[in-house]
Design a protein around this ligand. Structure first.
Ligand code: MG
Length: 456
């Protein structure tokens, strides 16, 4: 008896019973998908049965924020657990830029890799496309995808693979000599271009295939799969099977194809018998484009769009699923953010968060697990636009300050006025002054400890 207890002790400690194996993480990150654009977040026309099932088996976060309203800063924040302005990425990076996320920053992937995780980035990176800034230099074992926005161009200096697939009559010579054209973007594997211009119609299905294969190759060891979809950023593309099928135009088609992709990933996790040891997170990098004729997404009932610090620009749909650990069909209405994912995943993997620098995010496992009385760790959550701290939320109160001289100040009660329609600043002068003071103090402290972007 004593011997078998002894064995049990060792088995549990050293993982031979399986329970001590660190969890896998799948982080699905869409591009410019609006708050409303999932069935279970209220979309009247877009059908997302797989995401709805994921929510029914997991938890919806109704007050979840990206850390910026545009792509690169939002991703810098996700990767580092910091407000993007702190890590020197306040705005969007372009193919002409020689900057990127500083290799001295510690990314989620680096933290997990140091714990023995297999790591892959499949999709849109957008934190620098020059070799020293690519995912393969920032903690990912492999990379497959378009390195920035799908509306951008190629950088003629990019390294082309020997067996590159040229389409539309392109040649290496033409890539090097012609003026790059908008919407014609490179598809990369690791650090080389493997297809130009990328056929974007099959991109979501190809990302999915890569993701499922990565999962299949790593069922024996913990893994971190980061899947930042290129869609539904414009220009929009869907494969033949989804094009023209949704009731919400091409935009809806792209979301329905992403929903299919989520279903394929869930199916793989279940078939390999690892879904009970896998935390899957689905969210978006920022709010939807403001476009006419239903070409863009919807953040309703929130006010505003991408590029703005109204709720619609930064509050994003978020679902998490982990059978046995997350209560089925539950929801969380506490403030949480993409900057919290680095500390949270590090904690679950048994890794340490860097202690030699400021990290803005918090371990939100108590919120994810639905622990009794769990509160948002963000006494105040900050909304940066470029280098400006434009808005802040404290509990139900949201303060927004825009313009320099004669600044416009808005105060909203998000609990009773989710759509930010009634400016209550005149009724609450003391609260306005206090929030403005706290914002200024935070901004000054951030500026003092700001870290530089990587530069060639
Ligand atoms: Mg985006």
């Amino acid at each position: 008896m004593r011997e078998s207890l002894f064995f049990l002790f060792f088995a549990v400690c050293f993982g031979s019973l399986g329970s001590a194996k660190p969890p896998n993480f799948v982080l699905i990150f869409t591009d410019d998908q609006g708050y409303q654009d999932i069935g279970c977040f209220g979309s009247p026309l877009i059908k997302t049965p797989n995401l709805d099932e994921m929510a029914a088996e997991g938890r919806r976060f109704t007050d979840f924020y990206s850390a910026n309203s545009v792509c690169s800063p939002s991703r810098a924040a996700l990767m580092t657990g910091c407000y993007p302005t702190r890590v020197g990425i306040p705005g969007v990076l372009f193919p002409g830029h020689k900057t990127g996320l500083n290799p001295d920053e510690v990314t989620i992937a680096e933290i997990l890799k140091s714990e023995g995780y297999a790591t892959a980035c499949i999709g849109k990176w957008h934190l620098g496309h020059k070799p020293s800034f690519l995912p393969t230099r920032q903690g990912f074992d492999s990379y497959y995808g378009i390195p920035y926005g799908n509306d951008m161009t190629i950088d003629p200096e990019m390294s082309l693979a020997e067996d590159i697939l040229f389409r539309e009559g392109f040649t290496a010579e033409r890539v090097r000599s012609e003026k790059p054209r908008k919407n014609l973007v490179p598809l990369m594997r690791d650090e080389k271009v493997i297809e130009y211009p990328c056929d974007q119609t099959t991109l979501t299905s190809r990302y999915t295939k890569e993701a499922v294969e990565f999962i299949g190759r790593n069922i024996e060891r913990p893994f971190f799969l980061y899947l930042p979809h290129t869609m539904p950023h414009i220009p929009l593309f869907a494969s033949a099977h989804f094009k023209g099928k949704s009731k919400r135009g091409l935009y809806g088609d792209t979301i329905e194809e992403i929903d299919w992709s989520v279903g394929e990933i869930m199916k793989a996790l279940k078939e390999y018998g690892i879904d009970h040891n896998t935390l899957v997170i689905f969210t978006s990098d920022n709010g939807p484009w403001k476009l006419g004729n239903g070409r863009g997404g919807s953040a309703l009932p929130l006010r505003g769009f991408k590029f703005q610090t109204y709720e619609g620009g930064m509050r994003v749909p978020c679902i998490m699923r982990w059978p046995g650990k997350i209560v089925k069909g539950s929801y969380c209405d506490k403030v949480a953010s993409t900057i919290d994912l680095l500390p949270t995943l590090a904690g679950l993997a048994g890794a340490k968060v860097p202690e030699d620098r400021v990290i803005d995010g918090y371990d939100i496992w108590p919120l994810i697990a639905g622990q009794n009385g769990a509160k948002s760790p963000h006494r105040m959550y900050y909304y940066y636009r470029g280098r400006s701290l434009e808005s802040a939320r404290s509990g139900k109160w949201k303060l927004r300050r825009t313009g320099k001289k004669n600044a416009t100040v808005e105060l909203y009660d998000l609990e009773n006025d989710l759509s930010e329609t009634k400016n209550l600043k005149a009724e609450n002068p003391k609260l306005v002054t206090e929030m403005l003071q706290q914002m200024e103090a935070f901004h000054q402290s951030l500026i003092k400890s700001q870290r530089p972007a990587g530069k060639l």
